[in-house]
Design a protein around this ligand. Structure first.
Ligand SMILES: NC(=O)c1ccc[n+]([C@@H]2O[C@H](COP(=O)([O-])OP(=O)(O)OC[C@H]3O[C@@H](n4cnc5c(N)ncnc54)[C@H](OP(=O)(O)O)[C@@H]3O)[C@@H](O)[C@H]2O)c1
Length: 334
């Protein structure tokens, strides 16, 4: 096929306009590996790009899509050969580089990882950037001492933004690993969904959302994965157990951090930054290996909705409003 379908963003008078177009393969950027994309996904950052927020895209026309799974069509790299199943997340693909909302992409070989055995292309994208980030957070917490039975006192692990993409996969993985997971959500109507993923208890996100008034609160969390940021992250810091950690993944609730240093000084807590975009390759491979092994696939199915490329623009405002449940997979064959 020398032509392929893509969702192309154009900038018209300061507004970003998405159009479903047919492009010739000679429009693909330079790169070592050409991939036939089977699935992509809608992440929070995709929502920002589709809505023209955050100046993430500097040059139009642009093909968005920050992740994809597919198979290699052609390769100038000895690392990949035609037919190899591959996954891409991060490296600013979909922002600086053309991304996965297209039937064809061309990227440097170093950006790709081989899809692990046991995960289909669709399952890999049901995980996608959000689920990959959740696993990086789990690995970071474990690296700082989190274990299912981590000593006396409360051993609950908190997940905020629990019904979103990062949150849903974090809840599923943590509960499968034997942690007692407390899911913070603004959508109590999703109780059955979250308990189905493995949450032992739900708390209203409003309970964490106010700027803390005291530097230390009752010790409640053996660990936390936070997709929300802002006052929520500041509150978590005041409630971590002695020497416990919070993995900071997101800013769905804000990018400020109205905190004090007291929890670091008096409780030795850790604030762990999680970046999925420039994450080194060996850590990527480890995260995907663990996802293939440890994420229960029936929970992944329960967290996933599949849509066509043409439906994506209408979903972008929904993910930015926090109204998407779990993960949205884009089927390029639809
Ligand atoms: N560090 C990285 O490399 C990396 C990678 C991927 C994503 N992220 C970031 O992680 C965050 C989550 O991404 P995602 O793809 O999971 O997005 P998502 O599916 O939209 O999930 C975000 C969730 O946060 C909660 N939320 C939304 N607005 C909120 C608000 N104003 N206050 C408090 N909670 C709010 C909602 O959960 P409830 O309805 O359950 O409350 C929502 O479902 C985003 O900020 C994204 O940019 C970072």
């Amino acid at each position: 096929m020398s032509e392929f379908r893509a969702l192309v963003l154009h900038e018209e008078g300061g507004t970003v306009v998405p159009l479903l177009e047919t492009l010739d393969e000679n429009r693909l950027p330079a790169g070592e590996v050409t991939v036939a994309v089977e699935y992509s996904t809608l992440n929070y950052k995709d929502g920002m790009i589709l809505e023209g927020q955050g100046r993430l895209v500097r040059a139009y026309p642009h093909v968005p899509g920050i992740d994809f799974a597919g198979s290699v069509l052609a390769s100038d790299s000895p690392e990949f050969k035609p037919g190899d199943p591959v996954i891409l997340t991060g490296w600013r693909v979909g922002e600086l580089h053309w991304g996965g909302y297209a039937e064809r992409v061309r990227v440097p070989a170093a950006y790709l990882v081989r899809r692990p055995d046991g995960l289909s292309a669709k399952q890999a994208m049901a995980i996608g950037t959000a689920g990959f980030t959740a696993m990086l957070a789990v690995i970071a917490l474990e690296g700082h001492g989190l274990a299912p039975e981590a000593g006396p006192g409360p051993n609950d692990v908190l997940v905020t933004g629990a019904a979103g993409g990062v949150g849903s996969i974090a809840v599923s993985v943590l509960s499968a690993l034997g942690y007692r997971v407390v899911a913070s959500t603004g959508r109590p109507e999703l109780r059955d969904y979250l308990t189905g993923l493995g949450a032992a208890e739900l708390i209203d996100r409003a309970a964490l959302a106010a700027k803390p008034t005291r530097p230390l609160d009752r010790e409640r969390w053996a660990g936390a994965i936070d997709a929300v940021g802002g006052a929520t992250l500041a509150t978590i810091l005041t409630q971590l157990k002695y020497r416990a950690s919070v993995a900071a993944c997101g800013l769905a609730g804000g990018s400020d951090l109205p905190a004090t240093v007291i929890p670091f000084l008096l409780r030795g807590v850790n604030l762990l930054g999680i970046d999925s975009v420039m994450c080194p390759r060996d850590e990527r491979l480890e995260a995907w290996r663990r996802l293939a092994r440890e994420l229960p696939l029936e929970k992944l199915d329960a967290a996933t909705e599949t849509v066509s490329l043409g439906e994506v623009p209408t979903l972008a405002p929904r993910i930015l409003k926090g109204a998407v449940r779990g993960r949205i997979v884009i089927d390029l064959s639809r």
